[in-house]
Ligand binder design. Structure first.
Ligand code: CDP
Ligand code: MG
Length: 188
């Protein structure tokens, strides 16, 4: 039940001075920060983080296609891997635009709960109250595509327990993660 998940405040969040506000959202619900640091990724590291796998490419392809079709627009890509490669490249560039805050959050169902607090990938579709909606609602696939970059959506959060484990071991050494007790642990 207790899970760990990786969260990044991407370069847009750091440059906009939103680190504190973003972290507060997680602290407020009682998630425990067990690791945290500021890192400026290089190209090799960014590629490891944004590993191109078939399932992820399919998911990204479908998500974007649905958004385009909802607007009655034709989606110009037909090959999910080709599209995935394009997004991966833009993601790698974006991640390297500045330093990022990397943190590991621990708590019951943390992977699912953090994704819920973060909100939809496209901030325009994110529900008010989520981080992406409250701080980036004007950002959309349309805006991003017109500038040939990914959507600046402030946060990365692991999307499954399995991916969380892979990502945590990429960003943190074992001795950079700490065990301690929060006051919430007496309550929940
Ligand atoms: O971040 P999240 O897990 O919500 O989305 P993802 O599907 O794993 O995609 C990773 C990142 O790629 C997103 O956070 C966006 O920044 C970017 N992306 C994009 O800009 N345009 C798309 N059509 C799909 C993804
Ligand atoms: Mg993702």
């Amino acid at each position: 039940m207790t899970e760990r998940t990786l969260v990044l405040v991407k370069p847009d969040g750091v440059k906009r001075g939103l680190i504190g506000k973003i972290i507060s959202r997680f602290e407020d619900i009682g998630l425990k920060i067990v690791g945290m640091k500021l890192i400026w990724a290089d190209e090799k590291f960014a590629e490891k983080h944004y590993e191109l796998d078939d399932e992820w490419a399919k998911n990204v392809f479908n998500k974007t296609k649905t958004a385009a079709e909802k607007e009655g627009k034709k989606f110009e890509y037909d090959d999910h891997l080709k599209f995935g490669k394009q997004i991966q490249k833009w993601n790698m560039n974006f991640l390297r635009e500045g330093p990022v805050i990397a943190m590991v959050l621990e708590g019951a169902h943390s992977v699912e709960i953090v994704r819920k607090i973060v909100g939809h990938t496209e901030p325009r579709q994110a529900i008010p109250g989520t981080i992406r909606a409250d701080f980036a609602s004007l950002e959309s696939y349309n805006v991003a595509n017109s500038k040939e970059r990914v959507v600046r959506n402030l946060i990365h959060a692991s999307d499954s327990v399995e991916n969380a484990e892979r990502e945590i071991s990429l960003w943190f050494k074992k001795n950079e993660l700490f065990d301690y007790k929060t006051v919430h642990q007496d309550h929940f």
